[in-house]
Design a protein around this ligand. Structure first.
Ligand code: FES
Length: 96
């Protein structure tokens, strides 16, 4: 009952349970993604979700507001510090 998280530019992957935060997952993996505020306010932890958005919790209000300040990012941009895995048996691919 896990979902696989792959961070393509780090060549890292892990199988995780729903409810885990992406911030914890990526730090445990040893990802090189930098974090700043860790509270959805600075935009340092932006990633592109290449696959599997439906396995992640929806964008928070803070996230929508911060992402709007980055006009170059697309609809699949997310803030890692604001996301959790919400379903099992999925595959989520991220890059930053
Ligand atoms: S670390 Fe600041 S928005 Fe995620």
């Amino acid at each position: 009952m896990t979902t696989r998280i792959e961070v393509v530019n780090d060549f890292l992957a892990a199988n995780v349970k729903p409810g885990e935060t992406l911030q914890d997952i990526m730090e445990k993996m040893g990802s090189g993604l930098p974090f700043g505020c860790r509270d959805g306010e600075c935009g340092t932890c932006i990633v592109e979700v290449m696959n599997g958005m439906e396995y992640l919790t929806p964008k928070t209000e803070k996230e929508v507001k911060v992402l709007a300040a980055f006009p170059d990012v697309g609809e699949n941009a997310r803030l890692v510090c604001q996301m959790k895995v919400q379903k099992h048996d999925g595959l989520v691919r991220l890059k930053y």
